[in-house]
Design a protein around this ligand. Structure first.
Ligand code: GDD
Ligand code: MN
Length: 384
């Protein structure tokens, strides 16, 4: 029986040899019977390519002991990152992120530890990365020649298809070239991954890497998803729900980025809807309740709405850049009031000439000014 004491099982450090060309990161949870055959096949497939294999383990069976034995026989090839017992932060995705953080090579390949991802595909991923100048290469079950033999049951297949399709609908531009965004088998240039920005939760780590690291050049290589070598899948309904939540979190995070046109438009629309409500309520209060003349009431209502709008737009939509809050607010107030004569002029015309009630005429004025404001604010206040 091997030594299972905590000191023996603590993370086995990297060797001091020259950095490898590829780090293969393998998350494992109870894969005792699979890790041996995986290392053998990887070794054969990699041939002369200098490599390291990093297991990131969350097992509660004897997998870490088996990996430790393999490490002892191949200290330069195999490393083990043993995560805190029972905690499993971020699950599968958390394990992969930990592996990315400790990997040393220029390219990192992420693959499962149960041989469902054929090790023989790894050199193809690396070759595709070189040829296509890609920053990431995804092994896809859904490219021509790619197959899904190992997804047992029609249900698993349709879940896999549907979750992938959903991801592509949510990120149509970023995932343009990716037919299998749910793949757990991919290669990525390590210096393109923003490890600190990853917020992995469970299974969709590739999506997390592609979206948060803003990888632009993605290639794909087809492969056939194999049946498991031994043991069972850890995927669950709970993982499915986790995925949906994470997809929403990722979408929002991407929209908050300064370069997201969709995010700016959506944010402006939300702020605009709220601003319209605030403006109308304020106009009613100043005009009806306080009995001010309607043009003065409309001017004051615009000021109230601008303050509210700024609070939202500045916090949620725009990237602050270097300017201070008060400077941005000053510019915002000035800009929006540049359009106030147009607002009031339109209001006056609609009431006097169009015969509308000033409360409804104000709504028309808001819409017109909103469109105008959206066009110029992006350019002038934020310089984008
Ligand atoms: N460290 C760690 N922690 N590893 C885990 C955990 C965890 O909490 N959960 C699962 N793993 C490991 C497994 O031991 C295995 O090596 C790998 O992650 C994949 O887990 P499976 O349970 O076998 O997943 P699957 O076969 O249903 O789905 C996999 O393949 C699909 C196709 O590429 C996953 O990689 C999916 O993300 C992927 O879509
Ligand atoms: Mn599996």
């Amino acid at each position: 029986m091997a030594d299972l004491s905590p000191t023996r099982l603590k993370t086995i450090p990297e060797s001091v040899a020259a950095p490898p060309i590829v780090s293969v990161v393998v998350p494992t949870r109870n894969e005792a019977e699979n890790v041996g055959p995986l290392v053998e096949r990887l070794r054969a497939a990699l041939g002369a390519i200098p490599a390291e294999i990093v297991f990131v383990d969350d097992s509660d069976d004897e997998t870490p002991r088996v990996i430790t034995e393999i490490h002892d026989q191949n200290p330069a090839l195999v490393r083990l990152v043993h995560r805190p017992a029972g905690a499993r932060p971020g699950g599968l995705g958390g394990a992969v992120a930990a592996g990315l953080a400790t990997a040393r090579a220029e390219w990192v390949v992420v693959m499962d530890g149960d041989l469902q991802h054929p090790p023989e595909t790894v050199p193809e991923l690396l070759a595709a990365g070189q040829v296509d100048q890609a920053e990431a290469v995804v092994a896809s079950r859904y490219r021509t020649r790619g197959r899904v033999d190992g997804l047992s049951g029609a249900f698993r297949r349709s879940v896999s298809r549907a979750t992938g399709t959903l991801a592509r609908l949510v990120f149509p531009v970023r995932l343009r070239a990716v037919t299998d965004p749910m793949s757990g088998f991919f290669a990525v240039r390590r210096d393109r991954v923003r490890t600190a920005e990853l917020r992995p939760q469970g299974y969709k780590i590739l999506l997390e890497v592609l979206v948060r690291s803003r990888i632009r050049q993605v290639a794909e290589v087809p492969y056939t998803f194999q049946p498991r070598h031994a043991g069972e899948s850890k995927a669950s309904f709970r993982e499915g729900l986790r995925y949906l939540r994470q997809l929403a979190v990722l979408r929002l995070a991407a929209m908050r980025r300064p370069d997201s046109a969709l995010g700016r438009l959506a944010g402006f629309a939300a702020a605009g809807a709220l601003g319209t409500a605030v403006n109308s309520a304020a106009l009613w209060a100043f005009g009806e309740a306080a009995g001010l003349p309607y043009l003065l009431a409309a001017f004051l209502a615009v000021q109230v709405a601008i303050v509210g709008n700024f609070a939202i737009v500045d916090r949620l939509v725009m990237h602050p850049g270097e300017r201070t809050t008060s400077r941005r607010f000053g510019r915002f107030l000035l800009l929006n009031n540049t359009l106030t004569p147009i607002h009031l002029g339109l209001l006056y015309a609609l009431v006097q000439l169009g015969g509308l009630h000033y409360l409804s005429a104000n709504l028309v004025a808001i819409v017109v000014v909103f469109a105008l404001r959206y066009a110029v604010t992006s350019a002038w206040v934020y310089g984008i």
